[in-house]
Design a protein around this ligand. Structure first.
Ligand code: PLP
Length: 444
């Protein structure tokens, strides 16, 4: 265990305003959890993650019935873990990344139904709420096959209820599509950053889309208020929801099985590095929480945020969490990474990450498009710009003095040849072809 004081050079927030990419190493990474944190950790434990996993299992027959694309996986919403050696070669040549070990891609970009990591948390929360209502009103018992929830009379029951959510796009897609499948009325409050095609796709599912001039926090605030006025309405609160968080955390248990199936060892001698794009923090936070519970000190989790919207970095480095917005330090919060265009982080997630997170990289919008083309060229995988942020980790790990120091302090230097790096590809599969073309041809 590393003592906090040993590592604690305070981070100068004004560095964020230079517009340059950088890394923040969490000075508390690897320290022992405080009593308060342990109490928090007791509130949200692996038992809750197991419970979430079991709930998704109960819903599998329903999911399979509503979404035939999940047939092959028997109603389980999961993505592949694939090696990307050509991309690794590319980043080593093009950016001098010197990345040893093996680079993998976790293809949440290709998750069924929503085509993004939001198919984990967003869909889970809608299903959790659905189960609560269905049990309360005697539509099902825990022992029934939940397939019956797709029957007409049950859909009619759910149509009395409304689900609302604030979103930069992808959360709205996952909640909107799943809620519409259950039969709910759905209202998605979209921030100014949301892409037009995402709004259109939602409307085609019968979802009401309300557009805002404001940023993400503004859309959430308004949605939360409108939902509170309607007793039949349920608000999915991305900034505070433990359900969303648990839905994301299930990914860690599934990843463990996947790694074992591919005979990839993770232990003290074989470190695992995971790089996840971060917006408000729920998705990367949930995944990282699960991974730390599953792999402990053998896993090193890093988030990546846009240079103009490093909200989790600002919140964690200052200790102010959701009491700071990137605007407070003179940043615009505006970025091409629409999924990451968040100015104020989730306070609940930031606090939870204090003893767990390795650090946070920032990435320029220009590089997102470079990585997008690099991956298409080398591996023929398309990701949306937000998801490409993940590559800033593997590209820069061996280049910053701070990350080199992290590797030294955690006694990782001589283990790197055996390391596995996972870039968490958080979205892209639903992006329409013309928009893909536009991305491919964007040079900043
Ligand atoms: C939402 C999203 C993220 C980040 O998730 P948060 O919970 O907002 O931190 C990353 N990538 C993509 C593509 C997303 O849609």
């Amino acid at each position: 265990m590393i003592e906090r004081q040993e590592l604690k050079p305070a981070f100068d927030l004004s560095r964020l305003t230079t517009g340059k990419q950088l890394v923040w190493i969490n000075p508390e990474a690897g320290r022992t959890e405080t009593e308060e944190e342990q109490a928090q950790a007791v509130k949200l434990t692996m038992v809750d993650v197991d419970d979430a996993e079991a709930r998704l299992q109960r819903f599998a027959p329903f999911i399979k019935r509503c979404f035939p694309e999940t047939d092959a996986a028997d109603g389980m919403i999961e993505s592949a873990l694939v090696p990307v050696p050509k991309m690794q070669g590319r980043i080593n040549e093009k950016y001098g990344a010197k990345l040893s070990g093996r680079l993998y891609l976790k293809l949440d970009s290709h998750l069924p139904i929503a085509g993004s990591i939001k198919a984990r948390g967003g869909i889970y929360e809608v299903l959790k709420h659905t189960e609560d209502l269905a049990l309360e009103h005697g539509l099902i018992t825990l022992k029934d096959s939940y397939e019956v929830l797709a029957d007409d009379q049950n859909r009619k029951f759910f149509s009395r209820y409304t689900i609302q959510v604030g979103s930069t796009g992808n959360l709205g897609l996952s909640i909107g599509i799943m809620s519409a499948a259950v039969g709910y009325q759905v209202i998605v409050h979209m921030s100014a950053d949301a892409r037009e095609w995402k709004k259109e796709l939602l409307r085609s599912h019968g979802v009401t889309v309300i557009e805002y001039e404001s940023d993400y926090s503004g859309a959430v605030k308004s949605g939360r208020k409108l939902s509170e006025q309607d007793p039949y309405s349920y608000f999915v609160d991305d900034e505070n929801s433990e359900n969303l968080f648990l839905g994301y955390a299930v990914a860690a248990k599934r990843l463990k099985t996947q790694l074992a199936a591919q005979e990839i060892i993770v232990d003290g001698e074989h470190p695992l590095f995971v790089y996840i794009p971060c917006g408000v923090g729920g998705a990367p936070g949930g995944v990282a929480f699960g991974l730390k519970r599953v792999f402990g000190d053998s896993v090193h989790c890093f988030f990546v945020e846009p240079v103009e919207a490093p909200c989790m970095l600002a919140g964690m480095a200052s200790g102010l969490h959701n009491d700071i917005s990137v605007r407070d330090i003179g940043l615009s919060g505006i970025t091409h990474a629409d999924g990451l265009a968040v100015g104020r982080p989730s306070g609940f997630v930031g606090k939870m990450m204090e003893p767990l997170l390795g650090g946070i990289f920032t990435v320029s919008d220009a590089n997102l498009y470079e990585y997008l083309r690099d991956l298409l060229d080398t591996e023929e995988v398309f990701l949306e710009p937000s998801a490409c942020a993940a590559f800033a980790g593997p590209v820069m790990l061996n280049r910053y003095k701070e990350t080199k120091e992290y590797l030294r302090l955690h006694c990782l230097e001589d283990k790197m040849a055996r390391a596995v790096h996972i870039a968490w590809a958080t979205g892209g599969n639903l992006v329409p072809e013309p928009v893909r073309q536009e991305y491919r041809n964007t040079f900043l």
